[in-house]
Design a binder for this molecule. Sequence first.
Ligand SMILES: NC(=O)c1ccc[n+]([C@@H]2O[C@H](COP(=O)([O-])OP(=O)(O)OC[C@H]3O[C@@H](n4cnc5c(N)ncnc54)[C@H](O)[C@@H]3O)[C@@H](O)[C@H]2O)c1
Length: 437
Amino acid sequence: MNNTLEIQDPSGKLGVLIPGLGAVGTTFIAGVYATRKGIAKPVGSLTQLNTIRLGKRTDKRVPLIKDFVPLAQLDNLVFGGWDIFKDNAYEAAKKAGVLNPTHLAAVRPELEAIVPWPAVYDATYLPRIKGENVKSGETKMDLAKQVIEDIQRFQRGNDLARMVMIWCGSTEVFIEKCDVHNTLETFEQGLRENHPMISPSMIYAYASLQCGVPFANGAPNLCVDIPAMVELAREKCVPICGKDFKTGQTLMKTIIAPGLKSRMLGVHGWFSTNILGNRDGEVLDHPESFKTKEKSKLSVLEQILQPDLYPDLYKGLDHLVRINYYPPRGDAKEGWDNIDFFGWMGYPMQLKINMLCRDSILAAPIVLDLALFLDLAQRCDFRGIQEWLSFYFKSPQCADKLYPEHDLFIQMMKLKNTLRYMRGEDVITHLGLEYYD
Ligand SMILES: NC(=O)c1ccc[n+]([C@@H]2O[C@H](COP(=O)([O-])OP(=O)(O)OC[C@H]3O[C@@H](n4cnc5c(N)ncnc54)[C@H](O)[C@@H]3O)[C@@H](O)[C@H]2O)c1
């Protein structure tokens, strides 16, 4: 046993702030209420269902994660959020078409009570959609101050002990890091001078961190992944993480690619295509928004397969990703992967994956886990980038000097070892020699 960290008690209510009350945001909220009422199970959530092994395999100590670390209770979550549309969470969930009418009816009053506050909106970052429920202000700093007021009002109005913010808004168009993102000083000057390279998601993130509220970015846009935000998070002692929830095809990729690589099987090419008909699909139909997503999806294989270390197996691998907006499908996405791999003496083989998944059903438990784990991290006095939450992201944010870890199983080990570390338990290396002494 090592030293246990001082972890503040999770008593009181936890406010969950959501910019973007669309398919993912409303499916998450509806699922929490349905779980509270006992009419659904929180499938896919580690914080609710997963166990953690402690000590030796022979010790037989495997508590539930939620009994091992002090997490906020589902009954203590309170939801609020912003959207560029005025629909309350029930109307938005109905339009998103993810949940069936029976489930929606069971949580209707709770969802109807969540009415989005006017959003920070900039059409250049969201060319496909025009919103009417938006804030106005002379400068981006004025908009940030309005978001801060929303956060403070939400806290006072609901008597919240703590809060977290999870970006579930649309993917913004692709931008690169530039000078205005470099330091907190340049960023704040940029806010005052309406710098065009400051996007709405950055304004929410800035407001969140200024209020001491942990922030996670579920979309692939830069948002909190710029030095100015890392600096602010460290200064304010706030945990942050991102980016882009790992669901669907990328989740499968980070399960299968480590398997092929661990057996030293080569890959000539990996072609991934999808049809998707929800609003996210419509946003991603715009080339600049898709570019943000494409970058996030492409980075995964390169890091897992390490072609520089294994040129005979992976050098020159063709990796293509396509997303096709096809309205009849709604949220029920279908993805096809064709993997051209090869084995002993270079003999070619193929693997085909046809995945019929529901994007928001896979994303909702991630939102829940991030909300509870970020709140836990803050109560442990963790600040800045939370690499142990990489498990949940396609493009995990990490320190400048590191490459991101994409392998789902390494990410899982990192997450659970961090929980063991918090509670002063030995981290598990899987060496296992002690069983044979
Ligand atoms: N569903 C998944 O599996 C998945 C996986 C990875 C990432 N994501 C990302 O999560 C985000 C949400 O996905 P979704 O399927 O719920 O999309 P969605 O289009 O249903 O919901 C997004 C919501 O954000 C709102 N919005 C856009 N800009 C906003 C702003 N500036 N302020 C406040 N609200 C704003 C939109 O009006 C919309 O209601 C997207 O960026 C998507 O790329 C989703």
